[in-house]
Design a protein around this ligand. Sequence first.
Ligand code: ADP
Ligand code: MG
Length: 237
Amino acid sequence: YNHRLERTEKLKIISDLAASVAHEVRNPLQVTRGFLQLLSGKSDDKNKPFFDMATNELDRAATIITDFLTFAKPEMETVSLLNLSEEMSKIETMMTPLAAMHDTVLLFRSQTGLYCHGNSSKLKQAFINVIKNSLEATGSNGKIEVSATAENDEVVIRVKDNGEGMEEEQIAKLGVPFFSTKAKGTGLGLMVTFRIIEVMKGTIEFRSVKQQGTEAIIRFPLVTAAEEPDSLSGTGA
Ligand code: ADP
Ligand code: MG
């Protein structure tokens, strides 16, 4: 009789728990933010900086939840055959309003009939973190192109931006927890993305030129629609 849990089991319990906590915490954060703004409007000018600080900190907490756990719904932790072409179009729908807010053109081109094994909500989380980074890296005339194609036995997804780009040392630190060059960054986004892609038996690499832009290249094993996703089951992907 063995009391010890396997590492993957432990990770799954932690991630399930964290996801439920995130879900529960988001609403009170939102409510508190609303009341703070209300009070700020009724208070002396000398107190305004404190209300601003409090609101900023609440926003920071919300960002951590977004980078970490937006789509990590524990009840949907199933691994299934994913129609990547459809998943991509859902991601496009979700990200288009945010891109418009950033004055950035977001262009999706996806081959139809691309399949891989994974968890739909986790896959969304992984790509949203990458695309959010591209949005945050672009200035005026921002452009982000996302493409999904089959290449040999792989699905290849490229996310290419014309943003600020990265230095060599910066690229080397991607995915390290809390590595961020942003004033309001969490440094958790890519850590989460890397982990999700790893569990899906995929890879991610970055190519970047300072002042020109960055391309993230994500590869997953291509599967045909008939294959069963048994090789991944139980990993909590
Ligand atoms: P955060 O976005 O909170 O800073 P991430 O883990 O998402 O944390 O990203 C870590 C760092 O990687 C960013 O702070 C930034 O320096 C760099 N980075 C990631 N993607 C890009 C990109 N497309 N263009 C430029 N820099 C990027
Ligand atoms: Mg990020």
